[in-house]
Design a protein around this ligand. Structure first.
Ligand code: BEZ
Length: 211
């Protein structure tokens, strides 16, 4: 059964390159990103893990833990890690789950048989501190993900968790945001003291409130 936004992220215990992880306990009060890779020693995955490792400080700033997965063993991941460091210029700096028995892959519906019946697709799950799934993404094996986009959506999720706003197309941190239509103009005046522009009654924009 597919995992939907708002669901509690399924808990699991798994072996990783950083030891045994009890997922919910490991997340603690942090945000989390669980993302799968089709296979070890494959080119696109190698570039992705290098790029996520390079960006780790950005995820730390956002109180967000990263955890990867592929259906190979932890022993295989450890061998692959040196290739990642050599070719990408960044050492793997977050845990990678060894999921040879597909326990986590099945729990998160990461194997899509019409794409490949044994390998995981490139799934991304962003999980909030309440353990609820805030975002899901699914990419095919042939397309590497974009770290900046994942940071961008994380910024939006964290902003909109704290303020009654939403973020418009192509928004990045620092851009104007949209006031939730449910808020009256009167309320908006107090909630958004920097002011707002009314383009339409349903489209009111205001400077990002936490900047
Ligand atoms: C890759 O990471 O390059 C890859 C992995 C599995 C299938 C195809 C490509």
């Amino acid at each position: 059964m597919a995992i939907r936004l708002g669901d509690i992220a399924p808990d699991f215990t798994a072996e990783t390159t950083e030891g045994t992880v009890h997922f919910h306990e490991w997340l603690g009060d942090s945000w989390g990103i669980l993302f799968s890779h089709p296979k070890d020693f494959t080119p696109v995955c190698t570039t992705e893990l290098g790029a996520f490792s390079k960006a780790k400080a950005e995820f730390d700033k956002r109180n967000t833990k990263l955890i990867g997965l592929s259906v190979d063993s932890v022993e295989s991941h450890n061998g692959w890690a040196s290739d990642i460091e050599d070719t990408q210029g960044a050492a793997l700096n977050f845990p990678l789950i060894g999921d040879g028995d597909h326990l986590v892959a099945d729990l998160y519906d990461m194997i899509h048989p019409n794409a490949n019946d044994t390998l995981t697709v490139r799934s991304v799950f962003i999980i909030g501190p309440d353990k609820k799934v805030k975002l899901t993404l699914t990419y095919p094996a042939s397309t590497g993900r974009n770290v900046d986009e994942i940071l961008r959506v994380l910024d939006s999720l964290q902003l909109t968790a704290g303020y009654q706003v939403s973020t418009p197309v192509n928004w990045t941190d620092g851009d104007d945001v949209i006031i939730a239509p449910a808020i009256s103009d009167e309320e908006a005046k107090t909630k958004f003291p920097k002011g707002f522009k009314t383009l339409r009654p349903y489209l009111r924009v205001t400077p990002q409130p936490n900047k």
